[in-house]
Design a protein around this ligand. Structure first.
Ligand SMILES: NC(=O)c1ccc[n+]([C@@H]2O[C@H](COP(=O)([O-])OP(=O)(O)OC[C@H]3O[C@@H](n4cnc5c(N)ncnc54)[C@H](OP(=O)(O)O)[C@@H]3O)[C@@H](O)[C@H]2O)c1
Length: 240
């Protein structure tokens, strides 16, 4: 994809990795639209970067997803890039009383929402790129987040099929595969000891400039290229 002069929708673009992408895409000369549930967080980003366009929406709601698409079609019919970044992570054993409820909400946000947005936005005439944010855990599960890991394996697989299926429509599908990074994912504090988002964002933009369709970094790079034996070794280290 070209790195400037795009109009880009970044789901969850007001915090963490999404915010890193928002900042950098603005610096590179793009128009960025961000969405999320928390209006106050969206507003903070809009105050800091006056060009940013915001839309409050809960992607776990089918109605909100359709509303987001209709709003974009009406007000931003020149949108050409969708970044499916929003996601949640639940730390829980299967024995938790509310395991199934939390699992369902993870499946809705991490699977149902990006699948639905892909279907909706790939129908937009101007769209020419979709970027999906998966995870190194798509390749090797971390059993403290069992459903999260599985949603990312799903999303990785769906990304491969989407790349193939959307090619005739001239929509490029790029996978961004982050390792663990210091964001609020899973709740405040859980990722505090992980590396900052900034180095990862530099690597993403370098690989985008090189025309890569699978963007990896650190642990995620190792896992995306690992042999079955290496995957087993990583599983044993992650889940002692
Ligand atoms: N940090 C890591 O270690 C890591 C590693 C690999 C992959 N990832 C992936 O990177 C992506 C971004 O995560 P992050 O680490 O940057 O965490 P984050 O800071 O918690 O960001 C998640 C974003 O998603 C939005 N979001 C969550 N549920 C939503 C919903 N129902 N509707 C609309 N927006 C929603 C949140 O906004 P609101 O709360 O305001 O809705 C937030 O802006 C996720 O897909 C995550 O799985 C992260």
């Amino acid at each position: 994809m070209k790195l400037s002069n795009n109009k880009i929708l970044i789901t969850g673009g007001a915090s963490g990795i999404g915010l890193g992408l928002t900042e950098r895409f603005i610096q590179e000369g793009n128009t960025v639209i961000i969405c999320g549930r928390r209006q106050s967080v969206l507003q903070e980003v809009a105050d800091k970067f006056p060009g940013v366009i915001t839309k409050t929406c809960d992607l776990s709601s089918e109605e909100d997803r359709i509303d987001l698409f209709n709003w974009v079609s009406e007000h931003h019919p020149d949108l050409n890039v969708l970044i499916n970044n929003a996601g949640i992570q639940q730390w829980m054993p299967i024995s938790d009383d509310n395991f199934f409820e939390r699992a369902k909400s993870e499946i809705t946000t991490n699977i149902e929402a990006p699948v639905h947005l892909t279907a909706l936005f790939s129908g937009l005439k101007s769209l020419n790129a979709i970027l999906n944010v998966t995870s190194g855990l798509a390749f090797v599960p971390f059993t403290k987040v069992p459903v999260y890991s599985a949603t990312k394996a799903f999303f990785h697989s769906f990304t491969l099929s989407s790349r193939y299926l959307l090619k005739p429509k001239n929509i490029e599908v790029i996978e961004i595969i982050p390792p663990a990074l210091n964001t609020d994912l899973g709740g405040k504090g859980l990722h505090d000891t992980q590396p900052p988002v900034s180095d990862f964002i530099d690597a993403v933009f370098q690989q985008l400039a090189e025309g890569k369709s699978e963007i990896t970094f650190g642990f995620a790079d190792a896992m995306a290229k690992a042999t079955p034996e290496e995957i087993q070794g990583a599983f044993n280290r992650l889940n002692p």
